[in-house]
Design a protein around this ligand. Structure first.
Ligand code: TYC
Length: 109
């Protein structure tokens, strides 16, 4: 069988290359949440928000008061590993300073 006997539909011996489907999923994001408690001084929470979350004093004070009033609040939204690290830093820093302040993370929709 010589070359001219092949038609366009003859795939025998050919390699089929199929393009990969584009992966459209963005990585999930996680909320870092700080919980209210009855014992951590307000000033310490403000200090944490300023130093671990880069807020200015006004923003940190208002967010602390919101958490104090409604029980918890989102202090930032990040990819998993950054959220986890920030939350752990809040908990470690609070423990080291003998305050019960706690943070947790939660997946966003
Ligand atoms: N409720 C605390 C107090 O009255 C202040 C506080 C605010 C503690 C926010 C934790 O995440 C918190 N001293």
């Amino acid at each position: 069988m010589n070359q001219s006997e092949f038609t366009d539909n003859d795939l025998e011996g050919d390699v089929i290359v199929q393009e990969e489907k584009p992966k459209l999923k963005k990585p999930p994001l996680y909320r870092v949440i700080i919980l209210n408690d009855d014992y951590t001084p307000m000033e310490f929470v403000v200090h944490v928000l300023e130093h671990l979350f880069g807020m200015d004093f006004d923003k940190a004070w208002r967010l602390m008061m919101t958490i104090h009033t409604i029980g918890q609040g989102t202090v930032g939204i990040y990819p998993f590993e950054i959220a986890e690290t920030k939350s752990e830093r809040v908990n470690k820093y609070s423990r080291e300073n003998d305050h019960p302040l706690l943070s947790t993370i939660e997946k966003t929709d």
